[in-house]
Design a protein around this ligand. Structure first.
Ligand SMILES: [Zn+2]
Length: 238
């Protein structure tokens, strides 16, 4: 399928609340505008985020889930799900693969978005171990788990038929090969980021950095001067 064709359903799998908003909320806004139903699946509630601990872990988790729902609404997403795995302790286990495959079989998306399972040595933060683990479990959930009827037989027992995802978008990976022009929706991306108030005190202070980062993506993607882009590697998983 042509890469930018609007699909009916897309599923974005990320480790923490706010990952989707830093990585690809602009692209998500373009997709929902085009009529794609987008579901978010967060592996953790992000309760290990933030510098100070003035709230309980459960209060932080609840706040961050609410922030993610608000951020999702800013880009047209209302279906936001959480697996509730412990933040900072995500591993690409068979159990996590099964839990992601379960949601793939429920949602039946034509497109799945994951963090990169490959470490980016040019910047430390994007390669948080939870991100790498979520990327690894996510691609394994796409292939083979969601499509193989023999994988995780409990899913069939739950009435969930195998589903083959034809296309995976890896967010900001080493070796990006696709750049989405998000210039026209960048303000909605900033609104989504601002929803994560417990993590980002002042989005306006971040705005120059964010614009610079997106402009560098656009330049790498060969887009005209002045454009802003999000970077992906698009993988044919048919
Ligand atoms: Zn994260």
């Amino acid at each position: 399928m042509p890469v930018d064709e609007a699909v009916e359903r897309a599923l974005v799998v990320m480790a923490h609340p706010d990952d989707v908003d830093f990585g690809c909320a602009g692209t998500v806004a373009l997709w929902t505008d085009a009529g794609t139903e987008v579901t978010y699946l967060m592996v953790t509630d992000g309760e290990a985020g933030g510098d100070e601990r003035s709230t309980t872990t459960e209060e932080t988790a609840e706040l961050r889930r609410a922030e993610q729902r608000k951020a999702a609404a800013a880009v047209g997403v209302t279906d936001v799900r959480f697996l509730g795995r412990p933040d900072g302790r995500v591993l690409p286990t068979l159990d996590l693969r099964r839990d992601i495959a379960r949601v793939i079989r429920q949602v039946r998306p034509q497109r799945v978005v994951i963090p990169s399972p490959e470490r980016d040595w040019s910047a430390i933060a994007p390669s948080h171990p939870d991100h790498l683990a979520t990327g690894e479990a996510g691609i394994n959930a796409v292939y083979p788990d969601a499509r193989n009827p023999h994988a995780h037989p409990e899913l069939l027992a739950e009435g969930l038929r195998p589903w083959s995802v034809p296309e995976v978008w890896v967010v900001h990976p080493p070796g990006a090969d696709h750049y989405t022009d998000v210039t026209d929706v960048i303000d909605r991306k900033f609104t989504a980021l601002a929803a994560h108030a417990s993590q980002i005190a002042d989005v306006a202070a971040l705005e120059a950095d964010l614009r610079g980062w997106h402009a560098a993506n656009a330049a790498r993607g060969g887009l005209p001067e002045g454009r802003l882009a999000e970077a992906f590697r698009v993988v044919d998983t048919r």
